[in-house]
Ligand binder design. Structure first.
Ligand code: NAI
Length: 701
């Protein structure tokens, strides 16, 4: 029976190994730990020996053997490499998946090498370590493949810097085997004799564990989390009870070479050892093993998200139905296909999907595409979008519905089946795409604004329902140069707003590292900030028993509208609780005065302080420029007996008033008379000086 070379690259796993603190302790005892390194053996502040990662091999190997069709009578563990990404938690689940990555042929009668690589993650998807194993298949050579490249000799020839002695107990294999390798060779005397040994032999990986303890103890004592990589080649069997020595040579910073020898004979048991250690490098954000769906990824922002995710290892479903900007026109496969080609050109993995997000069947089909191609969905970026701008009265139902169907219904139709899979996997990252038009409003975009704000509502609740399944959902409001904005943004700005500037946030929010769920972000041109729905402290108009009158509302509108001390709520229950509890007691003067006075508060109150009956025939714009802490620019326009206050600068104010914040507050609270302020230079007036005198008449705080 020959090796099955078709097994190359076929996925093996995932295997889930659930464990309690007793498992790494049992392993540590199996590799000789005891009171001298109690950190590995005592559940209080337990540290897991990084080589414990090797136990996942025992799940992986049977499938590797079956899939490759290797002749079991001839296999030996050739080389082993462990790359440590994060410390192994004291308990939890180890989820392991990988594939055979190489077959080498040493020639007829000389054997073959099978190389496999797998990653182990926690249930929440955090990558713990990568394991690379080389199996020497003594009886499978001669299939006509390439031989492995020779490894140049790298072990130092000088005497080692450290020699760490140990004597495994004669019973050591009996403990070690409880961690997973129950092969008879290590326990059954008769089997061992048949295999040509005088008695059962040590597990090579047990000796490997001794070496790991020795290396950590010598190079990074008490800090196993600083182990970064351990590589070695197994050379000879060892009988239990024989003394050994781990020989260590220091190399460059953070690197050592090592070997295990039999202490009395010097025979090499494990050779070519490399051990790397130090602080974890700044963790690169990667998506290896992750499957992502990006809707509307045939162009614009979605295309860039898909490319960037694939560059960092994600397997991507590039979804795009390929219609016109307003969603009309014949669907076309080419935008999605082109992006898939771009990804494949740099060696990435992607498949195309041409379904529309705007139907339930389309949503299911998009998610099924990911499940069929990649077996899971870890990341969903709801990005597909169209525009049908019209002013409100011209907004016909078809234009209203078409836009809601793609943005809002579309996100629902794709997110629901994706969420189902994420719930099963207990891991997921979802991105919604809102817009400044939804968050703040935009003339001519009632349909789009409504759909985009609807997505925020969808996020708010998916955030709550996904919490216990490790599903995090966030919403971005991008601004980028794409066909959606080409006739809206000025040309010079268009150049500066490449979608690439938005993608870093989207990638971070799609990553394992992202701890946030339920937030909204503005992103464009490399600028990022958070937008939020916040609630002001409000006011209780009566004792809660008597129904207040509309006039009471009118009287206290300023307090109802006040936003100082505003806060966010995590869910509706919290918001309701705050409402029932009523506002926090306010410090400062009684109602009618200017409470907790700030410049912003003065302008907030200004429309209420406005004396409309004294404003007949007045048509002015007062521009206030308040300097210093808490200052800023506000304009108060008075026309037709209505006062409108807006932040910022007006183009042609009637009068400009310049003051320091403190003087302004004193003036408004009556402590500083206007004339005195003016003559002392604290109040500077530009423009129509006479009109400035109206201020005192028009506003009564
Ligand atoms: P784009 O027009 O370049 O890309 C949108 C893609 O979605 C297109 O390739 C289109 O074929 C695809 N699509 C449309 N309907 C679809 C459907 N039913 N099913 C599948 N695919 C569909 O636009 P852009 O600018 O890249 O927009 C991406 C997202 O970002 C949209 O949700 C948009 O509303 C949002 N956005 C963009 C802003 C910007 O400045 N570009 C501003 C605010 C939000």
């Amino acid at each position: 029976m020959a090796l099955n070379l078709d097994s190359l690259g076929k996925k093996i796993g995932p295997f889930t190994k659930e464990y309690t603190w007793k498992d790494p302790v049992l392993y540590a005892l199996g590799v000789g730990a005891g009171f001298s390194d109690l950190d590995y053996c005592y559940e209080k502040d337990l540290k897991v020996l990084p080589s414990y990662g090797i136990v996942t091999l025992y799940d992986f190997m049977p499938d590797l053997a079956a899939l490759s069709n290797v002749n079991l009578a001839g296999i030996l563990h050739g080389e082993q490499e462990l790359i440590f990404h994060n410390p192994i938690p004291p308990e939890g689940a180890l989820i392991t998946a990988g594939a055979i990555t190489q077959f080498y042929d040493k020639g007829p009668g000389k054997g073959a090498l099978i190389v496999a690589e797998f990653d182990t993650r926690t249930a929440s998807g955090q990558k713990l370590f990568t394991s690379r194993v080389t199996v020497f298949a003594r009886l499978d050579g001669g299939f006509g493949g390439e031989d492995a490249p020779r490894t140049p000799a790298f072990m130092p020839e000088r005497p080692p810097d450290y020699e760490i002695p140990a004597t495994p107990s004669p019973d050591q294999p009996l403990i070690y085997r409880l961690s997973g390798d129950t092969f008879a060779l290590h326990v059954d005397a008769e089997f061992a004799r048949m295999a040509g040994f005088s008695s059962p032999i040590m597990h090579g990986l047990c000796t490997h564990g001794y070496a790991c303890r020795a290396l950590i103890g010598q190079l990074i004592p008490g800090a196993p989390e600083k182990a970064r990589r351990m590589f070695n080649r197994f050379r000879s069997p060892l009988l239990p009870g024989r003394p050994i020595k781990t020989l260590i040579w220091k190399g460059d910073e953070g690197q050592a070479f090592w070997r295990v020898v039999q202490a009395d004979t010097g025979e090499i048991i494990i050779d070519n050892g490399i051990f790397e250690y130090g602080d974890a490098p700044k963790e690169e954000i990667r998506f290896d093993g992750r499957a992502a769906i990006v809707t509307g990824a045939g162009a614009g922002l979605g295309r860039v998200y898909a490319l960037e995710l694939a560059k960092r290892g994600a397997r991507v479903v590039v979804n795009d139905l390929g219609g016109a900007r307003d969603g009309s026109g014949a669907a076309s496969a080419s935008p999605a296909d082109r992006v898939v080609e771009e990804i494949k050109a740099f060696g990435g993995e992607a498949v195309a999907s041409y379904d529309s997000v705007s139907t339930p069947e389309g949503g299911e089909a998009i998610v099924n595409r990911a499940l069929e191609a990649f077996g899971r969905v870890d990341i969903l970026i709801n990005n597909a979008g169209i525009l049908r701008d019209k002013t409100f009265l011209k907004m016909d139902p078809p234009d209203w519905k078409a836009v809601l169907a793609v943005h809002l219904d579309g996100a629902f139709y794709v997110t629901r089946p994706a969420f189902r899979n994420m719930k099963e996997n207990k891991y997921g990252r979802i991105i919604m795409t809102t817009s400044a038009a939804g968050l703040y409003g935009n003339f001519g975009q009632t349909n789009y604004s409504a759909a985009k704000m609807g997505l925020v509502g969808l996020m708010n609740t998916v955030k709550l329902e996904g919490e216990k399944y490790g599903v995090k959902v966030n919403t971005i409001a991008p601004i980028a140069a794409t066909r959606l904005t080409e006739d809206i943004l000025p040309p010079d700005l268009f150049e500066q707003l490449k979608p690439e500037f938005v993608a870093p946030l989207v990638l971070y929010l799609s990553s394992e590292q992202c701890p946030v769920s339920g937030a909204i972000y503005n992103a464009g041109r490399g600028y990022f900030n958070r937008a939020a729905v916040v609630s002001g402290p409000g006011v209780m108009l009566t004792d809660g028993q008597t129904v207040p009158s509309p006039e009471m509302v009118a009287d206290r509108l300023t307090d109802v509208l006040r936003m100082e001390g505003a806060r966010e709520f995590y869910n509706a229950t919290e918001a309701l609780g705050a409402m029932l509890a009523g506002p926090e007691p306010q410090s400062g003067p009684a109602p009618g005065g200017i409470p907790q006075i700030t410049v912003a508060a003065v302008f907030e109150r200004m429309p209420q302080a406005f004396q409309a009956e004294k404003a007949a025939g007045v048509d002015v714009v007062f521009q206030f420029r308040i300097a210093g802490e808490g200052g800023g620019d506000w304009a108060a326009a008075v026309k037709d007996a209505v006062c409108t206050v807006t932040p910022g600068l007006q183009e042609k104010p009637t009068t400009t008033i310049k003051m320091a914040a403190e003087d302004f507050l004193n003036l408004m609270s009556g402590k500083l008379p206007a004339m005195q302020a003016y003559t002392s230079g604290k109040l500077k007036i530009e423009g129509d000086l006479l009109k400035s005198q109206l201020i005192e008449k028009l506003f009564k705080f």
